[in-house]
Design a protein around this ligand. Structure first.
Ligand SMILES: Cc1ncc(COP(=O)(O)O)c(C=O)c1O
Length: 367
């Protein structure tokens, strides 16, 4: 039967669920909706390295990694990242979504158990669903619930994977990685940590929260589209698993490798990130200031780091306020149901190291 696209779109419009692509070129003065936490996306050094790479090697990679697209710069980035993270090997993918949706079903399948935090990103969720493994989700950061699931179900499966984000992309809080690691040891479970929002910003020299907690998951995932200011993603794991992914992961095999300038800029971002302690400190200070200012106005916010959310229930009310904020030059993500559950609609503020306390004062004044 044919889908009635118009009817579906009309229903979405009527219930404030309709999504429309905004124009990112219209620059508002106060931008709190970007993942460019360290302001690397427009950094001169990244542009310089990208231009040099284009002059020397051209723009496109010309093919998949297993054909003509496996250039030296890409392998060199993988080695540098593995060193940086203290992991055996790294494999670069074209995006975090592609990685999560592709890797999980390559490594797990029917007859396996996957346990995941309820607030895991859509790409992780899609990967789990595609895998056809038995999937159980535990309440967000609820270790009692996770323990119960492990007690009740772990023994019925040969292989089990536990999935979490380190800094959660929506609530901006962090997972109890030490307890999770202990569970994975106690119950013989593989452990996947998605550090998309932590890598570059948190941990010693930006190594992320696994490094900060002193844990070594089976799989550490990170993206370049956020603090690195570029594009792409990586998985850090054992040599053997990387080898297996090169041989079996369709999302890795059947796609054109990332363009040369993207990798050149990402390599430069990795160098810069390691010396950006002052920017990381600025982000910490700004997040504390933001929470304090909101609290003085009587608002509690979710999160403690560079992602901070102000709950604003109801799609319609959120959109009204969103438009009013745009009119006074403030751009912030309005996150609606169904991206978050009903009643948990919110403004999601992403802080950048270039923000100032005056920027925050201005934004808080609008509430
Ligand atoms: C936790 C998490 N994982 C993965 C992704 C996807 O990464 P990418 O933007 O590289 O596709 C995101 C991006 O929003 C994310 O927040």
């Amino acid at each position: 039967m044919e889908l009635d696209f118009e009817a579906i779109l009309t229903t979405l419009r009527q219930s404030s669920l309709y999504r429309k692509l905004p124009n990112s070129d219209e620059s508002s003065l106060y931008q709190f909706h970007s993942n460019d936490y360290l302001n690397l996306a427009r950094h001169d050094d990244l542009a310089k390295m990208a231009a040099l790479a284009i002059n020397e090697h051209g723009f496109g990679s010309t093919g998949s990694r297993l054909l003509s697209g496996n250039y030296a710069l890409l392998e060199s980035l993988e080695h540098s990242l593995a060193d940086f993270l203290g992991m055996e090997q790294v494999l670069v993918f074209n995006s975090g979504f592609q990685l999560n949706a592709g890797v999980i079903p390559t490594l797990y399948g029917e007859g396996d158990l996957i346990l995941a935090d309820k607030y895991c990103h859509a790409s992780l969720l899609d990967g789990m669903q595609l895998s056809q493994a038995t999937m159980k989700r535990f309440k967000h950061n609820d270790m009692n619930h996770l323990k119960l699931l492990l007690e009740n179900h772990r023994c019925h499966f040969k292989r089990c994977l536990l999935v979490t984000e380190s800094l959660f992309s929506m609530d901006g809080d962090i997972a109890p990685l030490d307890t999770l690691q202990q569970f994975t040891d106690d119950y013989d479970v593989d452990f996947m940590v998605d550090e998309a929002h932590a890598i570059g910003v948190l941990g010693d020299q930006g190594r992320g929260l696994c490094s900060q907690f002193g844990i070594r998951p089976t799989y550490l995932v990170g993206t370049f589209g956020k603090a690195f200011g570029t594009f792409g993603a990586f998985i850090a794991t054992s040599r053997e698993i990387c080898d297996y992914l090169v041989n079996r992961c369709r999302a890795f095999i059947y796609t054109t490798a990332l363009p040369v300038p993207v990798i050149a800029a990402t390599k430069q971002a990795l160098v810069l990130i390691q010396s950006m302690d002052s920017q990381r400190k600025q982000l910490r200070d700004l997040s504390v200031y933001f929470m304090q200012m909101m609290s003085e106005k009587g608002y509690g916010v979710l999160g403690e780091y560079h992602i901070l959310s102000l709950l604003w229930p109801g799609n319609e009310s959120l959109l009204d306020r969103y438009r009013a904020l745009q009119e006074v030059g403030v751009n912030v993500s309005a996150v609606r149901y169904p991206t978050v559950s009903k009643g948990k609609e919110r403004f999601r503020f992403s802080l950048k190291s270039s923000h100032t306390k005056a920027d925050i004062d201005y934004v808080v004044k609008q509430f």
